[in-house]
Design a protein around this ligand. Sequence first.
Ligand code: SF4
Length: 570
Amino acid sequence: MEPKESKDKELEKKEEKLEIFIGGGIELISEEEAEKTKKFINPNATALRNLDADLFGKFKPKYYGFIQQCQLCAFGPCDLSRNRKGACGMRLNLQMSREALIISISGASSYLARASELYKYAVKKYTYFEILNLKKEETAIINLLCGYDPIMVGDLKKALRYGNEQIVHLISSTHMGQEASDFDYNSKALHAGMVSLLALEIYENLRKFLYEKEKKIYAKNEIKGNIVVIGEFVKTFSLLNLPVNIIRLGSDDVNYINSIVNYSYEILKYADVIVIGEGNVKCDIIEMAKNVGIPVFATSSRNLAGLADISNLSVDEIFNKIKNKEICGGFINNEEKLAKIILTLVEKNPKEAKNPEAAEASGVKNELIKEINISEKLEKSPIILLFGDANFSDLNKNDLNEILNNFLSKNFFVFTAGDIGFSVELKHENLINLGSKSAGVHLIENLIIKASERIGEIPVGNFDKIAEYIRNKFNIVGIFLGSTTQEDFSISNGVMRLGIPVIFGSQGIKFRREFRGDIIVDYSKDDYNGNYNEIFKTHPQKNFSFPHLCISAKTKDEIITLIPKMVIRS
Ligand code: SF4
């Protein structure tokens, strides 16, 4: 990994072109230069359309219309089966691609909202001017898309604003009576995916910054209780200063000390307090918590769980209401107050205190590697990037380990990011656990930097060249095997735009769209003429020994057949 000094030297060379703003970071290219050299700075939804056309010229969409109806507006519901058109003129292929865009936007905005929330927290607590201290690789996506280098916390705002603007623009295109081609919806889905990669980078950088600021290590005998955090509570940092175990239930947020990951709701029996965030929180959590008499605090405006807003009550008032069983918890939008209430509850309720060590023993420990160095060896080796969740359906843990073992023994590198890392029970020097799902972005960042070195240009505005290099020169495939979420789908769209093909497990078919290399259709002719209706064309049986851009596979053997075909491209 290139040291900070060499990054500084590189920046010094561009000194005459640099402008330093408060809240604007270091501009790596001027507006005029970007225009003159046709660089893609803050690319809008159409800027990279030609790049997508190249990709979709080779890989054709295959849709799975399990429900062949649309009820997105009040002209509907419209029956789109048997090549029928909706009241707005939309056919099923268009509706399927619009659904793909909506799913991709949902996933991208999930990370963007988290990053924005964390940004506000960091600014409020540490001001705009606190230095981030990021390495060259850690800003690769901001450099690439937004053309600047964030130095202070406040500098992240520009990238967040860009991401938010793109999401608003993209969601507006799903309105009735817009976009008449599934190509354009698919291109926009990749655009949303690209925004999700930007959001992941910002989110990771803020988490690292806040963790460094707020970490505190307690001795075991100082731990007074257990807090179970369900879903993403992005400001968990506010709890790091409490002498408690933070148990993350079903979350892939494994990066932090005092933090244990567990997958069983049985863990609730060890909880003193339950904190719910957003995303992957069971809807019956309040019911479960009431059954075991544990207070629940909602923390996200995106998941209030029907709880009353108690943010304006004092800590004593809240404690008394809980003690007298007047309330079972509430929504608190002030993390410092939440921390005080939690401390009061674990300190004033000693007879309720659970066994911290038992909770810790039931958690999952994992070894994490955060530093990646794309050496020449790794650059030339095939890579599997295993992303996402760990709940399998058709495959099981043994299948996964067999698949990975097979390829590790053939000198593949395997990176895991997210819960799925816990299902990998192998030890190998080429097996690298990056930690949480968002940490998967660090491998992508390193690929971008390496590609930029190889093309001899800094990443700034060079999305097309970098994606082309990754697509043709790196031997990498992304795999999502578990039960996947909108976030996974969005990330998959982002990595595809960068030229990285994707294999989904059997759950992936539920996203209802693949991009396959074995479908021979003159997409450009048909689709640009506006009469392309792929869903009713007959396609040959799925060919697993063909390269694809995105495909879902059911069995271990299908995946083992697919990996070499998808990985080896140069
Ligand atoms: S968006 Fe079009 S297809 Fe969907 S319900 Fe409205 S009119 Fe029908």
